[in-house]
Design a protein around this ligand. Structure first.
Ligand code: BGP
Length: 480
């Protein structure tokens, strides 16, 4: 049985808002990640739950803070100015593909502007040309939380149906400009994460709606329609472009073999993950989701035309990020989709993310059996506290171990019959973390000398994992 196909796309993935910086340059408008505040007294293992929502009062307060260092994504790693050198390093690493996002607020600074911002487009012209020039296939995410802030304050975020048109207009500009250079598009990063986040994913202020849970599902309906409409537009412009649906895979295991544990865990997986891919790949709302709405008395406005679009313009490939698995107990975890237990059988990072390579093989099999369309691992990796030695080395054997085991799991999944065509480890050079807004949570093969308080030289140093991944790519996954 053969492992990775000859043209397997070994890559790396980043997001504009976590690396570009230059938050107020080039005509860019303010966006949601620009108000992601770094808490110096961070509770690392608990951050996601603490800060998943935003109120209007908190937003107002954040906007009065003048010190950019408190908002690490505003500066990122200055990729906006250093991308040529950073991509040169990625070329040296041997990457076959590079995933990044276009920051919506560089193209439409307010989201509702009449005309796109030409300066923003020129930046991405050159960025994409540089990726292509280095022989890497660009994979472009169109919405990686970079919602123009004006769409939050003026329109109430994705709960408002008008967001569909703003998003599709933005997509159309990007498709027209880049269709001959970009084949693979991920329309929305981790579209399923609304069950943990309402601000990053949907731009909804929790106190601006009567029923936040219902508002989230209304917002997601608008995202589904927007994705289908964008797919329609893309096919009209250039049918060779491929549109991906992406989720964050946090597959849940049942704590025991008790049928209640097994079934209610399955239900949790349905509503936190498969609901999204079922709609975008199978083209219809599944019965279990409609029942979930009924049981919760959610009224979601949708019309016939929406359902037709959802049915006719489905995704071409499925992408998912994979970091950890979850555990569910019927008795203990009954407070909603995000109520889970720690798996005592697995080691975890200091951020509490369990380490489970076999879980990746399990998920690949699960999704491929269900959908039978090409699969991409859009993110994977180990966030760790790296140490730069005096001679400027980083001995990150823990990262090599993590990635090695996950690559082995992918190889087994391919032998199981899964059509996996790309693997993009997260943050091939260190960037600001998404959930904790800190530099210290590092994923890279390249160390970037910037610290949580914004100090540092900004110099780049290759870690031990650089040469290791370079060899993995050169041998197409044979030497691990
Ligand atoms: C995913 C996001 C990424 C990313 C990654 C790791 O949820 O799509 O943007 O950063 O998780 O998360 P973190 O950076 O918080 O470790």
């Amino acid at each position: 049985m053969k492992g990775f196909q000859d043209n397997f796309m070994w890559g790396g993935a980043v997001a504009a808002n976590q690396c570009e910086g230059a938050w107020n340059e080039g005509g860019k408008g303010m966006s949601v990640p620009d108000v992601d505040w770094h808490n110096p007294h961070l509770n690392r293992a608990g951050k996601r739950d603490e800060d998943s929502e935003m109120t209007s009062a908190r937003l107002k307060e954040l906007l009065t803070i003048k010190d950019d260092n408190q908002f690490p994504k505003r500066k990122g790693i200055d990729f906006y100015h250093t991308y040529k050198e950073d991509l040169k390093l990625m070329h040296e690493l041997g990457l076959k593909c590079f995933r990044t996002s276009i920051n919506w607020s560089r193209i439409f600074p307010n989201g509702d502007d009449e005309e796109p911002n030409e300066e923003g487009l020129r930046f991405y012209d050159d960025l994409i040309d540089t990726i292509v020039g280095y022989g890497m296939e660009p994979i472009i995410t169109l919405f990686h939380y970079e919602l123009p802030l004006n769409l939050v304050t003026k329109y109430g975020g994705w709960k408002n149906r008008k967001l569909i048109d703003f998003f599709v207009k933005y997509c159309k500009v990007c498709f027209e400009r880049y269709h001959s250079k970009v084949k693979y598009w991920i329309l929305i990063n981790q579209i399923n994460l609304i069950y943990v986040e309402s601000f990053n994913s949907l731009g909804i202020l929790s106190d601006s709606v009567e029923n936040l849970e219902e508002a989230k599902y209304q917002g997601i309906h608008h995202q589904f329609v927007a994705c289908s409409l964008a797919t329609k537009v893309a096919r009209e412009i250039d049918p060779s472009m491929k549109m991906g649906v992406m989720i964050s895979d946090h597959n849940c295991y049942a704590e025991t073999a008790k049928p209640e544990d097994v079934f209610y865990t399955y239900q949790k997986n349905q509503m936190s993950q498969m609901f999204y891919t079922d709609v975008r790949i199978r083209g219809a709302y599944p019965g279990y989701a409609l029942r979930f709405f009924d049981d919760h008395k959610f009224h979601i406005e949708m019309n016939e035309e929406d359902l037709k679009l959802i049915k006719n313009y489905t995704a071409d490939f499925m992408a998912f990020s994979y970091y950890y698995t979850r555990l569910n107990s019927y008795e203990k975890n009954n407070k909603g989709l995000n109520d889970i237990s720690k798996n005592p059988l697995l080691k975890a990072s200091i951020w509490g993310w369990s380490i489970d390579p076999l879980g990746l093989r399990n998920s690949l099999n699960l999704y491929y059996d269900r959908y039978g369309i090409p699969m991409m691992i859009a993110e994977n990796g180990l966030g760790a506290l790296d140490e730069l030695t005096v001679d400027k080395k980083v001995h990150d054997d823990y990262r090599i171990d993590y990635l090695r085991e996950h690559i082995k799991a992918m190889k087994e999944a391919i032998k199981d019959g899964v059509d996996l065509f790309a693997y993009c480890p997260w943050g091939p050079f260190d960037i600001v973390s998404c959930t904790t807004n800190e530099m210290s949570k590092r994923y890279g093969f390249v160390y970037v000398d910037i610290q949580d308080d914004g100090t540092g030289t900004g110099n780049r140093y290759k870690k031990d994992s650089f040469a290791w991944y370079q060899r993995v790519i050169a041998t197409n996954g044979e030497e691990l």
